[in-house]
Design a protein around this ligand. Structure first.
Ligand code: FRU
Length: 701
């Protein structure tokens, strides 16, 4: 059994020339073995990675680690090893979590006294749950008997500690090696960094005049890279910068190159898996859509972005613009972390139409971004050049609290700007509403409990009832409430409702959209593209409408009409019997489709669709849509089912009965046969109409 064995367990690889290293503990077992726990924070055995409510934990070895986030930051406790003999020169380990000396730490005890101590690296909001290699030179303690004690005595932010892979070794660990540097005189537009997912993650600093200009975590590699991250250094031409990294060899920094254009420019967007009409970042990780705003003919899409890796981290705001919501052109990074670990988390954008900020010069209104700077609070930045360059407000942060993800809107009734923002207050999760007349000073008006991150807040008319309007408060998980909002308090009318299911999170609607449209984009959370330089996609831009319902109005969601700009060849079927064992779409091949089906199940028990092998079943008895995203209630409408289906390379989106429900479903369709199947089970159904429209790629037009 590989567990927490002390002193005896020999690692597979012998690194030292003379004596093999000894793995003291790797926390792969179900229990802590002979280690003794106190309190609750450490549980009864090692964690298997990330715990509920925690940011993603990385950098540990194998599947298990010590992670005292059990019960959240509030839980406390300790974990103490059995006695062992210090019989190697160094003791190395991986450590992460809180950086509170004496509070979130690992101590080396000899004769009951703390002779060495180490902490994680985080004390401020934001930061990273990445474990880092660390170690002690214990040469002076040779032969002594010792214990390790992992302590979590902190209850506030970063009140937890993560430890893994504790090793006694004679080999000097890279963690103790001094950092290496390389000076570069900048003659080209970009610095390019080869990245391999899973390579050791290191902090890399680009120093300008001796001070960090950019700092980030990166899995730099001298092997074949998965991704070539680019850093725009165009503004620093003919100046020198120093690259500095800890715990790497000098040789590794040589892999960083200067280039006029990214090396992969010709192949980017050509990948076999690249979605053809859903937004993806050219390179790197993407999550929440941010700063959705329409201005002077352009739809702006900003997004949570890690330019230096395929996984979450280093949060920047990526940026793209489009004139039709489908053909996007990526722009330079809009927001950079202000300093290492002070990341630009989610937020919103709007047009400063009344020049409230007083920053307007000339005819064009300023665009404003509201975002969370993780080390500071809620911040604003403005642009005088249609979102191409940004300046921070000198008053930043304008709101300080334990929260994130500001959505700023204009409230005409009170003539105030309103910030709806996720707030952790009194141990609960709230959306707080702040108001402001000048965008620089904000007043807390109220809070509503029971909502998590990334709020959206908007007013919308009830379809067909032009005088009836409602306010909608929309949460990251896709649940929303309708109600009223007077500029101070949100009053819900009934409980939470949901229109979106499946791979869908942190959606936002565009500010300042023309014609009063409510256009929404979500993050297709978990839709992943292994083997490519990019990861995750946005969901298709959709229009929200609020339609009268039996108890209260309900949101409906349908793809925006601009998708017609990608329509190609259309085939139609009308009044066809759908018989068990017969595939109406036999012989149809292709990869990108906009399909609209109107079917009366009649005697059929199930209507079965298989899109490139991915099955979507309508259970006519139970009136549910059954697919990988779950079993979703969808009532027949006068005995009929209408389904609109968008098929891209990595996802299928379903819209049931004119958008009464919507589903985003991720699947590696690019790897599958290009077939479609439509059939009935248990009896005959009647297809009243089926329109199958091929879609063109948004990247080739
Ligand atoms: C939601 C979220 C936000 C945060 C951002 C960080 O997915 O956790 O609350 O601002 O992602 O990337």
């Amino acid at each position: 059994m590989r567990g927490c064995l002390l002193g005896l367990l020999l690692a597979g690889v012998c690194l030292a020339a003379d004596r093999p290293e000894v793995v003291l503990a790797d926390f792969e077992g179900a229990t802590y073995g002979d280690w003794i726990t106190k309190g609750t924070a450490f549980g009864t055995g090692p964690a298997r990675g990330t715990l509920p409510g925690q940011m993603p934990v990385g950098g540990f070895k194998g599947k298990g680690l010590v992670n005292s986030f059990l019960g959240g930051d509030r839980a406390v406790g300790s974990l103490t090893s059995p006695e062992f003999r210090i019989d190697r020169r160094f003791l190395t380990f991986l450590i992460g979590g809180g950086g509170h000396a004496g509070q979130t730490c690992m101590n080396l005890l000899v004769e009951g006294k703390v002779v060495r101590t180490a902490t994680g690296s985080n004390t401020e909001a934001g930061g990273s749950e990445e474990l880092e290699p660390a170690g002690w030179d214990v040469g002076d303690l040779a032969g002594k008997k010792a214990r390790l004690e992992i302590v979590d005595a902190a209850t506030g932010g970063w009140g937890h500690i993560n430890v893994d892979h504790i090793v006694l070794t004679d080999q000097k660990p890279v963690a103790l090696a001094r950092s290496v540097e390389r000076e570069i005189r900048l003659e080209k537009r970009f610095l390019e960094f080869p990245v391999k997912t899973g390579a050791p993650k290191r902090r890399l600093s680009v120093l300008l005049d001796g001070k960090p200009w950019r700092e980030f975590d990166i899995e730099l590699t001298d092997q074949k890279p998965d991704l070539r991250a680019v850093l725009d250094v165009g503004t620093l031409r003919n100046r020198s910068v120093t690259l500095r990294a800890g715990k790497v060899s000098e040789k590794l920094l040589e892999v960083v190159q200067q280039v006029d254009a990214p090396t992969d420019e010709a192949t980017i967007y050509q990948e076999r898996a690249r979605p053809q009409f859903h937004f993806t970042s050219r390179r790197g990780w993407l999550n929440d859509p941010n700063g959705l705003v329409y201005h002077r003919g352009e739809w702006h899409l900003f997004y949570q972005h890690n330019p230096y890796g395929w996984n979450w981290g280093n949060m920047h705001w990526g940026h793209a613009v489009s004139r039709d919501l489908f053909h996007w052109k990526e722009q330079p990074t809009a927001l950079y972390p202000r300093s290492y670990g002070d990341w630009a988390f989610s937020g919103s954008a709007f047009v400063d139409r009344f020049d409230t900020l007083g920053e307007r010069r000339g005819d064009e209104e300023c665009l404003v971004l509201a975002y969370t700077s993780t080390g500071r609070g809620e911040c604003l930045a403005f642009s005088r050049d249609r979102g191409r360059t940004w300046q921070e407000l000198k008053e930043n942060p304008v709101v300080r609290h334990a929260g994130r993800d500001p959505k700023v809107i204009w409230h005409a009734g009170t003539k105030r700007w309103i910030m709806a923002v996720y707030d952790e207050h009194a141990g609960k999760q709230w959306i707080a509403f702040h108001s402001s007349a000048d965008l620089r000073t904000w007043t807390l008006e109220s809070r509503i409990v029971g909502f998590y991150e990334c709020p959206d807040l908007f007013e919308i008319a009830v379809t067909g009832k032009p005088d009836e309007r409602r306010w909608v408060l929309y949460g990251a998980d896709g649940q929303y409430v309708v109600g009223s909002f007077d500029g101070k308090t949100f009053r819900p009318e009934g409980g939470k409702q949901r229109v979106w299911w499946g791979n869908f999170y942190a959606a936002q609607t565009f500010s300042d959209a023309p014609d009063g449209r409510r256009v929404q984009i979500g993050w297709g959370q978990g839709i992943t593209f292994p083997g490519t330089p990019f990861n995750q996609q946005m969901t298709v831009p959709c229009e929200l409408t609020l339609r009268p319902g039996p108890e209260r109005p309900r949101l409906h969601v349908e793809p925006v009409r601009e998708i017609a700009g990608l329509h190609g060849k259309k085939r139609q079927w009308k009044d066809q019997a759908l018989e068990p064992g017969k595939n109406l779409l036999a012989g149809v091949q292709g990869e990108l489709f906009d399909l609209a089906l109107d079917v009366a199940p009649d005697r059929a028990e199930r209507i079965v669709l298989r899109v490139r092998g991915e099955s979507v079943v309508y259970d006519a008895r139970k009136e549910t849509l059954v697919c990988k995203a779950g079993t979703i209630p969808l009532k027949l409408d006068a005995g009929r089912l209408r389904l609109r289906i968008l098929v891209d390379r990595g996802s299928i989106e379903l819209f049931g009965n004119d958008g009464a429900v919507a589903v985003s479903l991720g699947a590696p369709l690019w790897e599958r046969p290009r077939t479609l199947e439509l059939t009935a089970e248990g009896g005959n159904a009647r297809v009243r109409s089926l329109d199958l429209i091929e879609l063109r790629s948004a990247w080739t037009k």
